[in-house]
Design a protein around this ligand. Structure first.
Ligand code: FRU
Length: 326
């Protein structure tokens, strides 16, 4: 018989919009499928920090054994995380950070590094000279602040590279278009767009297309997801010049959670690396991710087969007990 889960992991997810968040959850579920001793309770805050605070408090009240939080905005979500941590529940921050050190572990990419790598790549592409537009993620997210900081700090090494305009996005491609169009019309010399994620980069490409400027303007995005019109594919099709890999880290978060729950040693800072995906490696990356995806599907099939077998086995056992008893 399948053991009842002993651990409940609460997951406060800032948003479930878009394939990157879905990949994060799929990774968590895949890892959990090997660990019947734990179950996940997720609440989706729909990109709303007030709601996220409330949901974190609700999970704490429900008595979860560990909390994973991917905060929408850093400062506004800090209070509920600090309270949870102070009440003795281990807290793992996933992907984005809060403004305090009151957490048990962090799992995610280094967004300052993402910004730095993007700036150096931009400098190489533009031969150290040109005008840039930056499209930012949601204003208070730690990923936005860090991707911006790493980028502008590194650009200081290149005096002839200038950011001539910024578009404040919210990680989605719909809302940036009017503002970007206006900026591009005001700056006919722009030769590169640095977008804080690939989704907004895809939107930027569409705007460039509309203005007939796809040849003059290069676009760099972040995430490097597999899938149709996602990062790797967009690079392969030449719509993005590059995408910086940024792993969702779902599996890693669950692994750290289980180490903490089982009282085994764990690392407090678990940094997931980045790399540039561009025309030199996009095809290889695609082949590799295709392979990983088919292996993951196989794992999922095997897991559901195993579950069916377990169910049959326990119903047969029941039948056996019944016949023995009679
Ligand atoms: C998804 C997302 C990703 C991005 C990450 C940053 O919600 O916007 O595209 O890399 O969050 O935290």
């Amino acid at each position: 018989p399948v053991p009842e889960p002993t651990y409940r992991i609460g997951f406060s997810q800032c948003s479930m919009e878009g394939p990157w968040r879905q990949a994060m959850l799929a990774g968590m579920q895949r890892e959990l499928s090997f660990h019947p001793e734990a179950e996940l309770v997720m609440l989706d805050a729909h990109d709303n920090s007030d709601l996220q605070n409330e949901q974190i408090r609700r999970l704490v009240k429900q008595g979860v054994d560990l909390l994973i939080v991917s905060p929408y905005e850093a400062a506004p979500v800090t209070p509920a995380v600090e309270e949870a941590y102070a009440s003795g529940i281990p807290v793992i921050l996933l992907d984005r950070r809060i403004t305090s050190q009151h957490y048990t572990a962090f799992v995610g990419g280094n967004n300052v590094e993402v910004g730095q790598v993007a700036a150096r790549y931009a400098a190489r592409l533009l031969r150290r000279r040109g005008s840039i537009i930056e499209i930012l993620g949601a204003p208070g997210s730690s990923a936005t602040l860090d991707r911006h900081r790493g980028f502008v700090e590194t650009l200081r090494d290149y005096p002839d590279l200038r950011v001539v305009g910024e578009v404040t996005g919210d990680w989605r491609d719909k809302f940036i278009k009017p503002a970007l169009k206006k900026l591009l019309l005001a700056h006919p010399d722009v030769s590169l767009i640095y977008s804080h994620n690939d989704g907004m980069g895809r939107g930027a490409y569409e705007v460039c297309q509309e203005l007939g400027r796809t040849r003059q303007i290069r676009i760099i995005g972040v995430d490097g997801l597999a899938g149709d019109v996602e990062g790797i594919d967009l690079v392969r099709r030449g719509r993005l010049s590059a995408s910086l890999l940024y792993s969702p880290g779902g599996e890693d978060a669950i692994r750290t959670a289980l180490r903490i729950l089982h009282q085994r040693p764990y690392k407090r800072e678990n940094e997931l690396g980045t790399m540039v995906i561009d025309s030199t490696n996009a095809v290889t990356m695609q082949q590799q991710t295709d392979k990983v995806i088919s292996q993951q599907q196989e794992i999922e099939q095997q897991q559901s087969l195993l579950q069916r077998l377990r169910a049959t086995y326990s119903s047969q056992q029941v039948a056996l007990y019944v016949s023995l008893a009679s």
